[in-house]
Design a protein around this ligand. Structure first.
Ligand SMILES: *Cc1c(COP(=O)(O)O)cnc(C)c1O
Length: 360
């Protein structure tokens, strides 16, 4: 039992910034003098319409999303977009090329194969996805090129936007969206489940260049058709109202942190602290190769699964939870998204150092 908040290193859903939770709590029972909680409001009400429009505007500002992109607030998680992406885009030429750098991109590729000729542009499967391949084979007539910018399970991250000429790039940014500035104009589609870095689970954000709307295959389910969602401003049905409201609070917090350039500095510092301390130890190794190391999910292990288990349980007792790695990588994983305070990473670094000395 904990009487105070602990450092939660969960990969997702994950920590939200404390000031956001405090504000949500303060506004919980009576939002802005409306006499009700945001959870209880009609999505068509005036009060909620303002929350929705303001959040969209704040999100556009924080990510510097150009006007020729639609922002959609959808449900179904990132995984539902694995189907929506080919359904909306594969019809352009019938072909799409996928970079397979982890579990989620592979799942997205498998889904795309149901709708057309989905080929592999590169793969890091040969060494359990511990690196980002440099060479890409992308067909000139591909409808789109797909990649996942941060591989949550394996702890690898693309360090630049792949060069694929004029082919629209579709990117799963679920686990590093808003962790640093990105040039949205380089992308056709950016999407993310919100529960890693932005909001509670239940909201999926899709940022789509407007010329890519309106190409959905005839069999596309109504709710997965981005054009229909854009024409209805994401209100074809009830949107995830509460999550969108929290996203607005997170945008305010990001603004206070100096925007995405500000949070990037903190994120890079936190990641460096952890990788540096891991390198100084004798018993720990990192899963990801150095050039591909993620600033969001740090994957590491000892030589023994018993020792890994001891690490996870002792860390939990010390108030640092969810450090067990994914079953596909084993070992440990520290997810240090935007909301993880520097103090949490410092505490983990000290713990790693001590554990190293005590278990050599
Ligand atoms: C968590 C995650 C997903 C899956 O998200 P859901 O919203 O649970 O479907 C997909 N891609 C990446 C990169 C993720 O981190």
């Amino acid at each position: 039992m904990f009487n105070e908040r602990i450092y939660n290193f969960s990969a997702g859903p994950s920590m939200l910034p404390l000031p956001v939770l405090e504000r949500a709590a303060k506004e919980m029972l009576n939002y802005g003098g409306s006499g009700m909680s945001v959870m209880e409001m009609s999505h068509r009400s005036k009060v909620y319409a303002k929350i929705f429009a303001d959040t969209k505007e704040k999100f556009r500002a924080i990510m510097q999303i150009p006007e020729n992109y639609e922002i959609l607030f959808l449900q179904g998680g990132a995984s539902t977009q694995f189907s929506a992406i080919p359904l909306n885009l594969m019809g352009l030429t019938g072909k799409a090329d996928y970079a397979l750098t982890g579990n989620f991109s592979t799942a997205a590729w498998k889904e795309a194969k149901r709708y057309g000729d989905a080929a592999v542009a590169c793969s890091s499967e040969d060494t359990n996805h511990n690196y980002i391949p440099e060479a890409l084979s992308v067909r000139e007539d591909a409808s789109y090129f797909y990649y996942c910018s941060n591989n949550t399970i394996y702890g690898t991250q693309w360090k630049s936007v792949p060069e694929v000429g004029d082919i629209p790039i579709v990117c799963d940014m679920s686990s590093d969206i808003c962790s640093k500035p990105v040039d949205v104009s380089k992308y056709g589609v950016i999407y993310a489940g919100a529960q890693k870095n932005l909001a509670p689970a239940g909201l999926t954000i899709v940022i789509v260049r407007k010329d890519l709307l309106g190409h959905a295959m005839p069999q596309t389910p109504m709710m997965l058709d981005w054009k229909i969602q854009a024409d209805n401003d994401s209100m074809k049905n009830t949107p995830p109202c509460w999550c969108i409201y929290v996203l607005g609070l997170v945008c305010d917090w990001l603004e206070e942190m100096g925007g995405l350039a500000g949070i990037q500095k903190v994120n890079e510092m936190k990641a460096k602290m952890l990788y540096d301390v891991l390198e100084q130890t004798e018993i720990f190794t990192c899963h990801a190769q150095k050039a591909a190391r993620s600033d969001m999910n740090v994957t590491f292990r000892t030589a023994s699964s018993e020792l890994d288990a001891l690490f996870v349980s002792q860390a939990a007792e010390a108030g640092m939870s969810n450090l067990k790695g994914h079953r596909m990588t084993g070992g440990m994983r520290a997810s240090i998204y935007n909301a993880m305070p520097v103090e949490g990473v410092e505490k983990l670094c000290d713990f790693i150092s001590d554990f190293d000395k005590n278990n050599r």
